[in-house]
Design a protein around this ligand. Structure first.
Ligand SMILES: Cc1cc2nc3c(=O)[nH]c(=O)nc-3n(C[C@H](O)[C@H](O)[C@H](O)COP(=O)(O)OP(=O)(O)OC[C@H]3O[C@@H](n4cnc5c(N)ncnc54)[C@H](O)[C@@H]3O)c2cc1C
Length: 285
């Protein structure tokens, strides 16, 4: 396979990147390259210009601020999995990042790239959906905020305009009384999940007060499971099995990896396990 020649520019600030995206119709952002370069190598995508944002200082790192983690779009999966602020402040995000690919992928791939690529089985968009995170996007002149659970439109498609970048993510910190879990099944360790489930439960006096449950691998984008969340309201741990039956609010498709029926059964199993694990964590001192 011969790759069609393209130009390459390494930029050092956001405005420079967005100007190039505006001026050049065939321009594409390059971050960690772990999703884009395989597409180019396979001849599925032919950019005229790659705008390399990997060294833009304003998009790096993780910082804690007033109830949130501010996560730069260029934070790589390995950084999220090991960063002390992330592990303490939002452990579900750290755990989700540790499930992505293998060490090579985790050292290069970025959270902004994972969101913008919008694979429906990807771990980080799922975690951000469950966590109620905000995507901060910019065209270099203006900034807009997009709820993470509305960011992906469908398979490999998002709300981002052609001249916009994901600049950073705002992730709420885990408060007291919350338990969490992130569970997935993949064919081999490091593969994309067949189905993945993220759960956050706020419990007090042995009862669920608030639930956030989301799944990936069961539709064209990660989804909140509102029916499951409603069923959990007020439940004790002993009541969980009777509250959690088949998950009817999604309609997974069959593909080469798994049938729709298998995904549906797996989803129900992972929701049960994930909810139980999150409940147990909520009771830890
Ligand atoms: C072998 C292999 C296994 C993998 N396994 C998994 C897995 O198990 N789970 C999983 O979730 N992912 C997996 N991935 C994908 C990996 O996580 C990628 O790193 C990630 O999806 C994209 O991040 P990136 O920084 O490499 O983006 P790139 O490949 O550089 O870009 C991906 C897309 O996002 C756009 N983009 C990148 N950054 C931005 C930004 N800040 N703003 C706007 N647009 C942007 C690019 O233009 C491109 O369209 C795997 C990849 C490989 C090659």
């Amino acid at each position: 396979m011969f790759v069609k020649p393209f130009r390459y520019v390494r930029v050092h600030d956001v405005a420079e990147a967005c100007d190039l995206l505006r001026d050049e119709e065939e321009a594409k952002v390059l971050a960690g390259g772990q999703s884009l370069l395989p597409l180019i190598n396979a001849g599925l995508f032919e950019p005229g210009l790659l705008v390399d944002i990997a060294h833009v200082p304003a998009m790096q790192g993780v910082a804690r601020s007033d109830g949130y983690l501010e996560v730069g779009a260029l934070a790589c999966h390995a950084e999220l999995a090991s960063n002390a602020e992330v592990r303490a402040g939002q452990p579900l995000l750290a755990r989700a990042a540790s499930h992505v690919g293998n060490p090579r992928i985790r050292n290069r791939g970025t959270i902004g790239g994972s969101l913008a690529h919008a694979d429906p089985a990807a771990e980080l968009p799922l975690a951000l959906t469950a966590l109620g995170a905000t995507v901060v996007a910019t065209d270099g002149r203006t900034v807009r905020e997009i709820k993470a659970d509305e960011f992906a439109l469908s398979y490999l498609s998002t709300q981002l305009r052609a001249d916009e970048l994901v600049a950073h993510l705002r992730v709420p910190l885990l408060g007291p009384g919350w338990g969490w879990s992130f569970t997935e099944l993949s064919r081999r360790s490091g593969d994309f999940a067949i189905v993945a489930v993220a759960v956050l439960l706020r419990c007090a006096d042995g009862h669920v007060l608030e639930a956030r449950v989301a799944a990936a691998g069961v539709g064209e984008r990660p989804v909140r499971l509102g029916g499951v969340e409603a069923a959990l309201s007020g439940a004790t741990r002993l009541e969980l099995p009777e509250r959690l039956g088949p998950v009817r609010e999604v309609d997974p498709a069959s593909d080469a990896v798994a049938s729709a029926e298998y995904r549906r059964g797996l989803l129900a199993t992972l929701v049960r396990r994930g909810v139980d694990e999150a409940f147990a964590r909520s009771e830890e001192p």
